[in-house]
Design a protein. Structure first.
Length: 82
């Protein structure tokens, strides 16, 4: 059936039933908890991306500073071109 079967009237009825079952105070609490969880997830994702970028930068710095390690082809081309 999919989402095309959910009309605005049906959505209002579902929300009213949820409000009656859980109450306004409980829904406010659940909404705040859900918002906090989403905020924590987003900050963890950003922190993970920063850590990954830092590790990549350190790996590249190490590969350029150690003479025995192979250097990637783009870095070699930049040295010859520029």
């Amino acid at each position: 059936m999919g989402l095309e079967g959910i009309t605005p009237l049906r959505l209002i009825i579902i929300l009213a039933i949820v409000l009656v079952l859980f109450g306004g105070k409980r829904l406010r609490s659940l909404g705040g908890d859900l918002g906090g969880a989403i905020k924590g997830f987003r900050s963890a994702m950003k922190e993970g991306e920063k850590d990954e970028a830092t590790r990549e930068a350190e790996r590249l710095a190490d590969s350029h500073s150690e003479p025995g390690r192979p250097v990637d082809s783009t870095a070699q081309r930049e040295r010859h071109d520029g």
